[in-house]
Ligand binder design. Structure first.
Ligand SMILES: C[S@@+](CC[C@H](N)C(=O)[O-])C[C@H]1O[C@@H](n2cnc3c(N)ncnc32)[C@H](O)[C@@H]1O
Length: 437
């Protein structure tokens, strides 16, 4: 059987290795392939599967370093998935509390369901060598490998943040907490927090986050009080800043032009239910359904349009907007702590393409904004080319645009506000509030 058609059987290690193969060799995102592997397991094993695959993705460079030391030559294409199985074994031996015996024997047992039974001896020998040679202590003197980031991203962060990069790299390796946003159209924030107290669900709150609740432990969010009733949405604290920064007012027309899955659209409507209209636009029709789902669960209404924000002539009715939220397609480098597959799916060359697309969308959307209107530009990126440099370039080519300086960061040379991953438990995010004269 070829690896592109790896079949799922009930073996957790085999499933984890297959998911890793699909992400790292076939370029699929975890969102595309992990749920299929998870669905045949019970809840506990589903969590284990995510924990293990994300763990390997977080620590991949050091696992590859050990693989190079212990494997004489790379495995042939038809059993390539076994390299991922071995790295999963290393991960368990070096970074998890799985017992040595279980880590080795279960990985060996996973060879059969992966249709690679002939590699059993090899997997056994490599993992036993790992233990015998105490490889977990064999760390290279290489900051990039130890950081867990690909070379290109490590270099970019080093250049962009010469004084902070170490903290940023550490935060990118940590697991992100679950943030809730209380839906103030359905429950008061105090009432909801009381409900959590009554159910002994531990949480923290953060300054500047009037609706935010940070859960102290991971959980299945559908079991939290008020899930079906739409009393809360799951949204990181950094993303919760968007609707506050946009600051919609009664009787305004608002466009959220890269809206799916609609987290920020819902928040905009929650903060100001008396808008004249709120349009949620996205280029991907399949993702519009996600916006609809979220609007329905939380009890909001918006007009949904499937269209390309860089080509408004195809869908725009000619009426300008008071405010536009442009939550741009980006490298997503600010949310790698939540989605560690991103760093292996993105390539350095993608950044230039994204920067060009963002510039095209900002220019097109600017024409749809009323004079006196506000555009909030946002990305979940921590790369200056998508953020400060992008906005500086826009300001220099657009005569009627200025940046709201009351909103600027401490570093006065940078327009906008850069949130770094881990700051006040938030994801990395960038915001710039642009004013049209
Ligand atoms: C960062 S996500 C938006 C997240 C969303 N604002 C939220 O808070 O839930 C970017 C979105 O932009 C959409 N997109 C990408 N290119 C686009 C384009 N040219 N026009 C409109 N939407 C686009 C993607 O489909 C994706 O849903």
């Amino acid at each position: 059987m070829s690896n592109s058609k790896v079949k799922y059987q009930l073996n957790l290690r085999a499933d984890a290795a297959s998911v890793l193969y699909q992400i790292l060799e076939q370029g699929m995102s975890a969102r595309e392939c992990l749920p299929a592997a998870q669905q045949k397991h019970n809840e506990k094993d589903r969590a284990w599967l995510q924990e293990m695959t994300y763990g390997v993705l977080r620590q991949l460079p050091i696992l590859q370093h050990w693989l190079r030391l212990l494997l004489d030559k790379p495995l042939k294409k038809n059993v390539k998935v076994v390299e991922h199985l071995i790295m999963l074994g290393f991960y368990q031996l070096a970074f998890s509390r799985v017992s040595t015996h279980a880590a080795v024997s279960e990985c060996v047992n996973a060879c059969a369901p992966l249709n690679a039974i002939a590699t059993k001896g090899l997997v056994n020998a490599v993992l036993r060598n790992f233990i015998r040679q105490d490889m977990a202590q064999n760390l290279p003197d290489n900051e990039q490998v130890l950081s867990g980031q690909p070379k290109w991203l490590y270099k970019k962060l080093l250049n962009a943040y010469p004084h902070q990069y170490q903290d940023i790299l550490d935060a990118m390796q940590n697991k992100a907490p679950i943030w809730l946003r209380v839906n103030i159209q359905r429950s008061s924030v105090d009432d909801y927090r009381l409900l959590l107290d009554q159910q002994d669900i531990a949480y923290e709150i953060q300054q500047e986050q009037p609706q935010g609740v940070v859960l102290s432990k991971g959980c299945d969010i559908t079991t939290l009080p008020g899930y079906d009733e739409g009393w809360f949405a799951v949204q990181d604290g950094a993303a919760q800043l968007a609707a506050h920064f946009l600051n919609g007012q009664p009787n305004e027309r608002i466009l959220d032009c890269c809206a799916a899955p609609g987290g920020k659209t819902c928040h905009i409507l929650e903060l100001e239910p008396a808008l004249t209209s709120c349009i949620a636009l996205d280029i991907e029709s399949s993702r519009l359904a996600r916006i609809e789902e979220n609007l329905t669960r939380l009890g909001h209404k918006a007009e949904l349009i499937c269209g390309d924000a860089s080509e408004p002539s195809a869908w725009w009715d000619g009426q300008q907007f008071d405010r536009i939220l442009l939550d741009a397609p980006c490298s997503a480098t600010g949310i790698i702590r939540r989605h560690p597959d991103i760093k292996w799916l993105r390539k350095s060359s993608d950044i230039d393409t994204l920067v060009a697309l963002q510039a095209k969308i900002i220019d097109a959307m600017w024409l749809l904004l009323k004079p006196g209107g506000t555009m909030l530009y946002a990305t979940c990126s921590i790369l200056p080319e998508e953020n400060q440099l992008q906005i500086n370039a826009f300001l220099s080519r657009t005569a009627d645009a200025s940046v709201d300086s009351s909103f600027a960061n401490d570093a006065s040379d940078k327009p906008g506000r850069q949130v770094l991953p881990g700051q006040k438990q938030m994801d990395g995010f960038y915001y710039a509030r642009l004013l049209k004269s």
